[in-house]
Design a protein around this ligand. Structure first.
Ligand code: ADP
Ligand code: MG
Length: 371
């Protein structure tokens, strides 16, 4: 992909120069035998919905704790609004962290929970009430102020936890897997509500999840984490369309990934041997040399049933899903045994399960992954 194409893809988020609210500079956190954060550098912009997405154990919670100050980095610096905060106590940082477990006080009422932070700050009763009323209204909890936490549903508790964090007016709200404990329908509803809330109050949200769907539907930008490292940062579509490693492609559930060894390079034409197949792919960046390990993906809609592409693969239809104007085929490849997904405009004939077919693609349909 050329530089000009790249800037179009990310154009929306970079139109006005974004202001960083959090800067993470070479943050490292080591525990005996494990590097939880491996020299992470990240800028999080003011007012954005930023998501840390990665599998369990990839270091997401550790990074949130370091931002909010409940954990200290082994090395590296954290800046909030330009101020280095390494030595600033959590309650003196303009961040607020919400956990999956809510950490609400079960024996207190919703209002007592929400006003807790203001109590600590010594805000008087009238002012506390005025501000908590506004929070109950914002979170659509009016009328439930005097309920005990145990008398609230999971979704209501989550909103009380949110109100309790928001009432102290943090610049940045950090949310750690807050939807993971909710049942699927409620989690979906909360996705929409969280996003709406973030747009309404115009605060920076740093959201942590292992769910690709949550990340993709809510975020302005995503940082994908693996083994303590941030491996890719970008807008959801940008990352999805241009995963720059096999890990990212696989984690995002991108189908039709191939990998092998570069056997020859002629200008932009590269030959890759996977062991089972020899493919010809276009490498416009001319980044490959013979002997390199190389991976590429082919988008579903750029794979065809039929032999009209330069690269052909024999296979058998395993599944046919008619979707109206298009049909999705899962094809099991004869040589490798791998499955590929093909999207075709629905034609006059539907290939049925068990049919032997040829799948093909053009060299330009392959998108080489950066390593
Ligand atoms: P995530 O939130 O992505 O699941 P964490 O940040 O919780 O990941 O953990 C990253 C790694 O650091 C894991 O291997 C975890 O076991 C380890 N880890 C986290 N906290 C501690 C701790 N207090 N002591 C030792 N190891 C820890
Ligand atoms: Mg975690």
């Amino acid at each position: 992909m050329s530089e000009s194409e790249k800037s179009t893809v990310s154009g929306d988020s970079s139109q006005s120069t974004p202001q960083s609210v959090i800067e993470i500079d070479n943050v490292r956190k080591e525990y005996p035998g494990v590097v939880a954060n491996d020299d992470i550098s990240l800028d999080i912009y003011e007012g954005e919905f930023f998501t840390l997405l990665g599998p369990s154990g990839s270091g997401k919670s550790t990074l949130l704790q370091i931002i909010t100050g409940t954990n200290t980095p082994t090395s590296g610096d954290v800046y909030i609004s330009g101020q280095r905060v390494n030595d600033v106590k959590p309650y003196n940082r303009s961040t607020s962290l919400i956990f999956q477990e809510y950490a609400l006080f079960p024996h207190m009422t919703a209002r007592e929970n929400v006003e807790f932070g203001l109590m600590i700050q010594g805000v008087d009763k009238t002012e506390r009430q005025r501000r908590s009323d506004a929070m109950f209204e914002l979170m659509d909890l009016t009328g439930k102020e005097d309920r005990k936490i145990s008398a609230l549903s999971g979704g209501e508790r989550q909103r009380v936890a949110m109100a309790r964090s928001l009432i102290i007016e943090p610049d940045v709200l950090l949310l750690d897997e807050v939807l993971s404990a909710l049942d699927v329908n409620l989690a979906k509803e909360m996705q929409v509500e969280l996003k709406r809330l973030q747009e309404q109050i115009e605060k920076t949200f740093v959201f942590v999840t292992h769910s690709q769907e949550e990340a993709f539907t809510m975020s302005d930008r995503i940082a994908i984490m693996n083994k303590g490292k941030v491996v890719q940062v970008g807008a959801p579509l940008e990352v999805y369309q241009n995963p720059d490693s096999e890990f990212v492609a696989e984690f995002l559930g991108v189908s039709n990934i191939f990998s092998g060894t570069v056997t020859s390079v002629h200008g932009e034409t590269v030959t890759i041997d996977t062991g089972d197949y020899t493919f010809t792919v276009t490498d416009t960046a001319q980044s490959q040399t013979p002997g390199d390990e190389a991976g590429f993906i082919v988008a579903n809609e750029r794979l065809n049933i039929g032999d009209e592409g330069a690269n052909t693969l024999e296979g058998t239809i395993r599944d046919t899903i008619f979707k109206g104007p298009s049909t999705e085929y899962t094809v099991r490849l004869d040589e490798s045994g791998e499955e590929v997904t093909v999207h075709e405009s629905t034609g006059e004939v539907l290939h049925e399960e068990g049919t032997a077919v040829t799948v093909s693609f053009e060299p330009t349909a392959a998108k080489l992954l950066k390593r």
